[in-house]
Design a protein around this ligand. Structure first.
Ligand SMILES: NC(=O)c1ccc[n+]([C@@H]2O[C@H](COP(=O)([O-])OP(=O)(O)OC[C@H]3O[C@@H](n4cnc5c(N)ncnc54)[C@H](OP(=O)(O)O)[C@@H]3O)[C@@H](O)[C@H]2O)c1
Length: 256
């Protein structure tokens, strides 16, 4: 795996915490050149100082002008991105009517629109070169509408669907697009989503999620569901009536 990622230039969104931070740590170990982005500038600068080769371009992906700013800044430095990791994202728990619409608007911008804008911008260069890769972080929530995380689960269904379609379009041009689908993972996600500490589910470690994802991407896979239980959950939806899976999910999520 080391040889595959070493010396590649890899842009990671949401690199300041959780799964994105773990992508940065593991890819640094493999000798990749990193471009780190997120809002937390100080945290990213601190990380970059300790990596072998990393630059920081901070910004807010809920601002729809930031994806093109980020792309232009990378271009102006003469850097070519080999792999884009669209990892930044967030969720929020609660009934739709109890939630501020600003949160949902920015969730759709970060989880869907910015991810799509960045994919479009960078795949243009990758298609010209005839090589490259994109890792899009979706979720097991992409397989099942999740009551009380209504908009979030819909954004992740988009990410999975978009990534699979894109992979089919570009796989013959040397570009691999991998949708990563973790379940509950031990990060700041639950805290940011205002979920209860009693939220159900076995939490995986970002370390395992990222290792599995990098292996799957290297193998040219279009999809990875992290962890056996998550795989079973994702696939069981195909065999059970949606009335049952929705009721079960609703009951589980009420506790969260
Ligand atoms: N943890 C889980 O249980 C779980 C399960 C399935 C899928 N996922 C997905 O995994 C991805 C990573 O989440 P995580 O679990 O690692 O959570 P996390 O620890 O909260 O990290 C989220 C990252 O996204 C960045 N981010 C959030 N809003 C942003 C914005 N407006 N602009 C730019 N960057 C932004 C954050 O950086 P700043 O705050 O510094 O901007 C942070 O680096 C997300 O797409 C999430 O949906 C997580």
């Amino acid at each position: 795996m080391k040889n595959y990622y070493s010396d590649k230039t890899i842009l990671i969104t949401g690199a300041s915490s959780g799964i994105g931070l773990e992508f940065a740590n593991q890819l640094n170990e493999f000798g990749a050149n990193l471009i780190l982005t997120a809002r937390s500038k100080a945290k990213l600068n601190e990380l970059a100082e300790n990596y072998q080769s990393a630059i920081v371009i901070p910004g807010d992906l809920s601002d729809n002008t930031f994806p093109s700013q980020l792309y232009n800044e990378i271009q102006s430095k003469g850097i070519e991105v080999d792999i884009l990791i669209n990892n930044a994202g967030f969720g929020s728990i609660g009934k739709l009517l109890r939630s501020d619409s600003v949160i949902y608007e920015s969730m759709v911008q970060v989880n869907i629109t910015s991810l799509t804008q960045l994919s479009h911008l960078f795949i243009t260069d990758m298609a010209e070169k005839g090589k490259g890769g994109i890792i899009n972080v979706a979720s097991v929530a992409a397989f099942q509408p999740v009551p009380y995380m209504n908009v979030y689960s819909a954004t992740k269904a988009y990410v999975r669907s978009f990534s699979l379609a894109l992979h089919e379009e570009y796989k013959d041009r040397g570009i691999v697009i991998t949708a990563v689908c973790p379940g509950y993972t031990k990060t700041n996600f639950q805290n940011a989503a205002k979920m209860s500490p009693n939220a159900v589910g076995i939490k995986m470690l970002p370390d395992d999620v990222v290792r599995q994802s990098l292996i799957a991407h290297k193998k040219g896979k279009n999809l990875v569901i992290n962890g056996l239980i998550n795989k079973i959950m994702a696939h069981s939806n195909r065999f059970l009536p949606s009335a049952i899976t929705l009721a079960v999910t609703r009951n589980l999520m009420k506790k969260a």
